[in-house]
Write a protein that binds this ligand. Sequence first.
Ligand code: NAD
Length: 261
Amino acid sequence: MPLTSKTAVVTGSTSGIGLAIARAFANQGCNLLINGLREVAAIEAERASIEKEFGVKVIYDRADMSKPEEIAAMIAHAQTTFGSVDILVNNAGIQFVSSIEDFPIEKWNQIIAINLSSAFHAMRAAIPGMKARGWGRIITTASAHSLVASPFKSAYVAAKHGVVGLTKAAALELATFGVTANCISPGYVWTPLVEKQIPDTMKARNMTREQVMHDVLLAAQPTKQFVTVEQVAALAVFLSSDAASQITGANISMDGGWTTA
Ligand code: NAD
């Protein structure tokens, strides 16, 4: 079945991976709800340009992924506007780096809320409609950190391991309803966030740009290449196709071999 008549909600889609996923679904003819916390004018420009480029309808909802009631209202917003939420992409995420003993409690709570609990609240609101229509796709951007840990990223690692468990439970609950739930686990993805770290690291470590990319950022990634946002988005589109209807409860790595080592 083509995705033309479908509606996709992509959280954290005002930049990076989420924006690429939103654009990829628009390219498939999906109507979209985009979400995220960038400046309003920049988001409006992005929203209008996706509509124009792909000829689909795009709405924006500024729901804060740390607020359960705003997440439920966001799903309702898409359902009221488009009649359904067929594809839910839980993508919003943040990072904070600190040792466990110094980790600020509010940062821990915020990361668990945004990177883990928001997926539960969005699923909780979207699943009844998916079950009633007998079709749905739930895709969550996890991370290589859903499979392995790094020091000083305790909240992120815990949350990313957590969404994989949540996804497995959802997959089993939804298995007979035509609804699949899967995670995509990228390694290092080339996003503006990563790019911005390069000049500072060059200075701090007295390294060239190439050294920073190869020896620091890609130290854990055997291919020594970044994943691209378009590659992650293409997998999300594939997981929404009929060809992927028997893939459910999976956590698919796209990490240049990082987690095989
Ligand atoms: P990004 O910072 O470019 O995008 C994050 C998005 O989440 C933005 O749109 C931001 O506005 C939104 N967001 C943050 N807090 C929010 C909140 N409280 N409410 C609503 N939206 C909020 O980062 P990215 O690299 O594109 O990351 C997207 C996802 O991919 C995250 O879940 C991240 O953990 C995961 N990921 C990224 C990488 C990488 O290397 N970039 C690797 C593995 C996994």
